[in-house]
Design a protein around this ligand. Structure first.
Ligand SMILES: Cc1cc2nc3c(=O)[nH]c(=O)nc-3n(C[C@H](O)[C@H](O)[C@H](O)COP(=O)(O)O)c2cc1C
Length: 317
């Protein structure tokens, strides 16, 4: 069975600069979800979201925009916006676990409100011709929430439901609930995509064996921690390319240059790259030491020196 790999969005990480550089150096991802658009009460799309979705910034890749809202009016506003850019699909985020979001009844805090989900899907389907897909967790408190929500979801022609097989209240802690995901397969008529903790080729194979009917898999953090992962899954190999560190360094330098030009100033670029290194460090022999070296680098020159040292010492391992 041929498989489709999708990049699961990470707000603050997988914007167009990251996606384009990733695709140039590594590949292996068929479709990229853009991080969510959130409106914060006003019918206005922030410039950073606009930049992320502009067609001129996304010339080579297949991108699916995403919205996080609990309002039909906001949903339809974002539909119009993404349609004006030429997008045909909008993904709805019912997965975000952060208390600021869930307490206001959004993200995974909305899964337990099937009537509200119904209101929004009804309006979206009556008042627009956009293709809707969902990205959900199993629930906030209990996996029974998603099962209950399928009574509503199954009434709509959704393209697919992608499920991060955790509960909102877990945040990112604890394991994924594979039985919970299996129950979803048995309950809904919709096409499901699996998401959660695919961090190695073996972890991918394990999920594939657990769920033989699933052919779409989404990778989030694992793709940033090890950008070679998608191409290695596709090639069914655990062997890295010979020029692994050279390619990784070239990728690093590309995103550094792009973000540096955009962010302007030593502190924002340092914070941006530190965020990436929390993930990148996991690819190196000593993740903690690697991250510490980057954290300690007090200015751009020291940062560049630390990066050069990290990559060249890894070449020697
Ligand atoms: C920092 C961060 C930001 C995220 N931003 C989004 C987002 O914008 N939209 C979304 O649907 N999921 C978001 N997620 C969730 C991931 O897409 C993914 O579902 C989750 O990390 C589980 O998959 P993984 O184990 O492959 O990372 C985010 C996760 C993290 C850690």
């Amino acid at each position: 069975m041929s498989i489709t790999l999708l990049s699961s969005p990470l707000q603050g990480f997988t914007d167009f600069r990251f996606r384009n550089a990733f695709h140039h150096y590594f590949g292996g991802i068929d479709t990229f979800y853009a991080p969510y658009i959130r409106l914060n009460g006003k019918l206005k799309i922030k410039t950073s979201y606009q930049n992320d979705l502009q067609p001129e910034n996304n010339t080579t890749l297949t991108i699916i925009p995403q919205v996080m809202t609990n309002s039909a009016e906001e949903f339809l506003f974002v539909v119009k916006y993404v349609q004006s850019l030429g997008y045909k699909e909008l993904n709805w985020n019912l997965g975000c676990p952060y208390p600021m979001v869930t307490k206001s009844g959004m993200g995974s805090g909305l899964i337990c409100q099937p009537e509200k989900i119904n209101d929004i899907l009804k309006k979206a389907h009556e008042e627009s011709d956009i293709t809707v897909s969902m990205k959900m967790r199993l629930g906030y408190e209990s996996p029974s929430e998603i099962i209950e929500s399928f009574k509503v979801l199954d009434q709509y022609p959704l393209k697919n439901v992608a499920i991060h097989a955790r509960l909102g209240k877990q945040l990112y802690k604890g394991g994924v609930d594979l039985d919970g995901f299996q129950k979803c397969i048995e309950t809904t008529k919709h096409k499901l995509y699996y998401n959660g903790d695919i961090t190695t080729v073996d972890a991918f194979k394990n999920r594939q064996e657990c769920f033989p009917s699933i052919d779409h898999f989404m990778i989030g953090r694992g793709l940033i921690a090890d950008p070679f992962l998608p191409q290695m899954i596709k090639a069914n190999t655990t062997e890295y390319p010979k020029d692994r560190w050279k390619t990784f360094k070239a990728f690093h330098d590309t995103i550094y240059t792009d973000y540096d030009a955009y962010l302007q100033g030593p502190t924002p670029i340092k914070m941006k790259m530190l965020g990436f290194w929390e993930f990148f460090a996991q690819s190196f022999s000593n993740p903690q030491k690697t991250y510490k070296k980057i954290k300690k680098a007090g200015n751009p020159q020291k940062y560049q020196a630390a990066v050069a040292e990290i990559f060249s010492s890894e070449e020697r391992v």
